[in-house]
Design a binder for this molecule. Sequence first.
Ligand SMILES: Cc1cc2nc3c(=O)[nH]c(=O)nc-3n(C[C@H](O)[C@H](O)[C@H](O)COP(=O)(O)OP(=O)(O)OC[C@H]3O[C@@H](n4cnc5c(N)ncnc54)[C@H](O)[C@@H]3O)c2cc1C
Length: 473
Amino acid sequence: MTYPRAHAAGRRTGTTPSRRGGRPAADVRPLVPPRRGPGGRRLLAALLVVGLLASVLPWWLDTPAASLRTTAATVTAAGRISGLIAGYLLLVQVLMMSRLPALERWAGGERIARWHRDVGATLLVAVLAHMSLILVGYAGLEDNSVLTEAGVLLRDHENMVAAFAAAGILMLVGLTSVRVIRTALPYELWHALHLSSYLVLLLGFGHQFSNGAQLFRPGPVRTFWIAMYALVLAALLWGRVVAPLAFNLRHRLRVADVVAENPDTISIYLTGQRLERLELLGGQFFRWRFLARGCWWQAHPFSVSAAANGRWLRLTVKVVGTHTADLRDLDPGTRVWAAGPSGTFTAAHRTRERALLIAGGSGITPIRAMLEELPPGAALIYRVRTPADVLLHRELDWLAEARDTAIWYVVGSRDDPGPRQVMSRDGLRRLVPDVARRDVYLCGPPGLVEQSLRVLRQAGVPRRQIHVATFEL
Ligand SMILES: Cc1cc2nc3c(=O)[nH]c(=O)nc-3n(C[C@H](O)[C@H](O)[C@H](O)COP(=O)(O)OP(=O)(O)OC[C@H]3O[C@@H](n4cnc5c(N)ncnc54)[C@H](O)[C@@H]3O)c2cc1C
């Protein structure tokens, strides 16, 4: 079943519909946030590349072609450069885990998570290459077998036991990040294992400076590397401790109310202090830690499902597991620790004037918030299995009026004629003829995201205009 919710141009301000539970209605901000171009992200990418080049430059200067006369010397030199690359990538990895607000602003939480995954795989390769090339190279230089050389390294070289332990932990983290293994593990176990990457930094640090051919001598190269370590640790301290502490002391968030939206979805309303100063864009998410029994020890990401209004915040949560089930029983007054806001799935990251939004199921939550901030003239396709699955229905209808937005509720399974028709190239073009000239914001289950991406590309939407939120970090 597909039915459009037509719209009327005009009213740009209003109040949220009054809802069960009597929470305060708030004014919709008519403001469309200014665009944030890709400048910050490009600058960050450029800085990371320059950092890499600066890190390996000393190796280049120290390794004239004439020094590579034997195979063993060449292999050792390759081992050294892969070690420098691995050391640098490890620092980049930790930097990306730092949640430094500037990084979040420049590149966005989802993109940083993607970079983190890609750099992680490269880091593993670099570490394996470094270990094996150094072993083979040193064995060749000293005329030992590889096994004997491993023993010599562990026994006679400072900090090597810690370095081998670091490599072991890194392998474990890498292995458990492979998708099939990761999804088979409970999230909390995977996360705890993943956090042990900090140990890698600690354990690997010593051997770089006691054995690294380019780093063991005092001088500008060593100073540069120590400065990089100091910067990364400062970023970590700022992003993980100082900034969240300041945010939570400033806003002192508490649960105001928990409202059932349907049998398996709730909305959690939060109040706090100085919310009018909160810098938050519709579509962004926080990692929320509810300081209640059974919940306080884990932080879960949820998007805000209403734009900032200076008076309350709201998240809308589908119950899918134990933590989300526990959230149904939160008492008003429960303190909340939030880390964020994070993410570039926002109106500020648009590249075009108009937008098409495609939401599936609970993927409507960030899109609902963003609808308040997009320029008028947006279009929304909301895919659900049954009419009862439509979330925040009245608000969406009301926003359609207030923000001149066309909404189509596309109800049914993916093989039903209505959804099949809409989610095809021609169906999409019929519904939104100028789709190729719009930004497309896409949030929903992986199946819907994959199908939509395919159809959007067939309909001629350039990749840079497609913004995806997958509810996966
Ligand atoms: C950026 C982002 C925004 C999100 N926004 C919303 C939203 O607005 N509404 C909504 O209903 N859901 C949202 N989610 C999904 C939500 O975080 C998970 O459904 C929830 O954490 C599941 O927890 P659980 O213990 O109940 O379920 P589980 O069965 O334990 O987990 C289900 C899946 O959720 C993921 N997950 C579990 N715990 C965490 C965690 N601590 N951190 C990250 N991922 C985790 C894992 O992939 C896991 O396989 C969002 C996810 C992300 C990444």
